[in-house]
Design a protein. Structure first.
Ligand code: AHR
Length: 553
């Protein structure tokens, strides 16, 4: 996003205010207040440059695309003969927007869909591919949709189309194998199609016929998905048996550093984690596990359940639910250690996001499509900050799902396309990728609200993370308070601040959304701070996500 003059930035930040169900947000410009206000700081942020946590894996900025509702068809894929601007059938607007945020990895084809998918249906000449019933065809949410690819998948989008999409946006593919309904032998064939040298096998010749003689060299492979549920209803021990078959002896490697990901727990299910890790160890399969997947969706009950029409309680309940990610990571990580003392196996949070119960949708074929407000942007910011603070544990994460679905970065329909507030957080946070996470201590007054039974609840007021590349320090902060700005004194231990650029995402009303007609309602604003301003206290507006790009002296 282009810089805007400081005066305009202040004016736009001053416009903050909530409508509909919520009290108006206290009017509060963001920015530095100078020495005079330092004594008035109510919060404190201390960045400890000499306390590194670990490198933030670029793969933490991963995405997820499933053959579900409008994610692939009407989302990623419009088809080669479409009037919608496309590159080989892939929506051009999506490619352009993704390039801006430097995506590292994209997971495909599911989700639950993966364990019903035969990759062989999606290769070869497009007009000869079979049409199959989609895994999600029976979902009650699709009841109004007579037909179309959300119910009956034409397989127009298959392995090569997905590889092209990843290449266009500069991301690595992360494939999920079908463990529930296909044998390991078929999975071996998929590895051949993707990674065998040109002309070596029948499958690599089929890939060449699709235009790609060079192998895709795909290294990330999920062995199933949610094996405890839609991925087969396995016990951990049964799944470990399957895992050994899929990832064990004889898997064709073709010189690629294959990284297998085992299907781990839903949230903090330590029982599944403990039994699976133990069963894999007992079968000598643990050294074939690169990552253990974990899924955590957040949600708010009652009046917080709608994506847009939430109340004060719904605001905080969702943030509390999202913030559980930190304790879930700690619990699963601690349990993994029982079988893997050195923590060679890392965590892969390959589904996360806010899953709202009800949500205004763009099109009824877009199953689970959920509008996105600044509340979802805060979920995005605080979750990415949690991943940074746990950079030594989390090796990959994939927000669910990229477009027209749960916690999406985009909505599209026909030739219409719009980016959500969560997309803007990804753009703001992109500088963290591959950087060294450093310990960041934040103290601020807690925020409070009334629970359904009237009891007072509380939550942190300000939180964030910092990372370093050379002399460039990135600090990202979320202010969870609906109404109160926070004046934070900023201390960088081990460095001096030379210059700073602030980018702030806030909304006029917390119910505001970006729509096809009005795409720029919730967008970030950027301002450079002068040397004089750098000596003071930074004001974080209420209900906001902020990035401070700091140049150290
Ligand atoms: O993201 C939607 C679904 O949620 C996925 O298919 C599944 O893995 C999870 O339960």
């Amino acid at each position: 996003m282009a810089d805007i003059p400081r005066r305009e930035f202040m004016r736009s930040a001053l416009a903050g205010g909530a409508a509909l169900f919520l009290p108006r947000i206290a009017r509060a410009a963001s920015g530095f207040g100078g020495r005079a206000r330092a004594a008035l700081a109510d919060s404190h942020i201390e960045i400890l440059l000499d306390e590194p946590i670990g490198t933030i894996a670029p793969e933490v900025y991963g995405h997820f695309t499933e053959h579900l509702g409008g994610v692939i068809y009407d989302g990623v894929w419009v088809g080669t003969d479409s009037k919608v601007p496309n590159i080989g059938g892939i929506r051009k607007a999506l490619v352009d927007a993704m390039r801006v945020i430097r995506p590292s990895v994209v997971r495909w084809p599911g989700g639950c869909f993966a364990d019903s998918y035969d990759w062989r249906d999606g290769v070869g000449p497009s007009d000869q591919r079979p049409t199959r019933t989609n895994f999600w065809a029976g979902d009650p949410g699709l009841k109004d949709v007579a037909g179309g690819p959300a119910k009956y998948d034409t397989n127009a989008f298959g392995t090569s189309e997905f590889a092209h999409f990843c290449r266009l946006i500069g991301a690595q593919p992360y494939m999920a194998a079908n463990v529930r309904t296909l044998p390991a032998r078929v999975f071996d064939g998929w590895l051949e199609y993707c990674n065998a040298p040109a002309g070596a096998t029948t499958w690599s010749k089929a890939r060449a016929a699709a235009g790609d003689s060079a192998p895709y060299d795909i290294k990330y492979w999920g062995v199933g998905n949610e094996a405890w549920g839609c991925g087969g209803d396995f016990t951990p021990e049964e799944y470990a048996e399957e895992y050994r078959r899929f990832a064990g002896w004889g898997v064709p490697e073709f010189g690629v550093d294959l990284r297998f990901i085992a299907s781990g727990p839903s949230g903090a299910d330590v029982e599944w984690t403990r039994r699976l890790m133990g069963a894999l160890r007992d079968r000598n399969s643990l050294d074939r596990v690169w990552g253990l997947s974990m899924h955590h969706y957040c949600s708010a009950p009652d009046a917080g359940a709608d994506a847009v029409a939430f109340d004060e309680r719904g605001w905080y309940d969702l943030l509390v639910s999202a913030d559980r990610m930190e304790t879930v990571i700690a619990a699963v990580w601690e349990t993994m250690r029982e079988a893997d003392r050195t923590h060679r196996v890392k965590l892969v949070v390959d589904e996360w996001g806010a899953w709202h119960k009800s949500a205004p949708i763009v099109d009824p074929s877009h199953l689970f499509e959920s509008q996105s407000t600044i509340r979802d942007a805060l979920v995005t910011g605080l979750t990415l900050d949690i991943f940074h603070r746990n950079a030594d544990k989390v090796a990959m994460a994939n927000v669910a799902q990229l477009i027209n679905c749960i916690h999406s970065l985009f909505f599209s329909h026909g030739d219409q396309f719009v980016a959500t507030p969560s997309y803007h957080v990804f753009a703001m946070y992109a500088a963290h990728q591959g950087a060294q996470a450093v310990r960041t201590e934040v103290s601020a007054p807690r925020v409070g609200w009334a629970a359904k039974d009237g009891t007072r609840q509380s939550f942190w007021g300000l939180n964030g993370s910092a990372s370093l590349v050379g002399r460039d320090l990135t600090l990202t902060v979320t202010n969870a308070s609906l109404t109160e700005p926070r004046d934070a004194e900023l201390v960088v231990r081990g460095g001096t601040v030379q210059a700073m650029r602030a980018t702030t995402l806030a909304a006029r009303s917390v119910h505001d959304v970006n729509s096809f007609a009005h795409p720029d309602v919730v967008v970030p604003v950027t301002a450079d701070l002068t040397a004089r301003e750098l000596n003071g206290v930074y004001r974080f507006p209420p209900a906001s996500v902020t990035k401070l790009a700091i140049r150290l002296g």
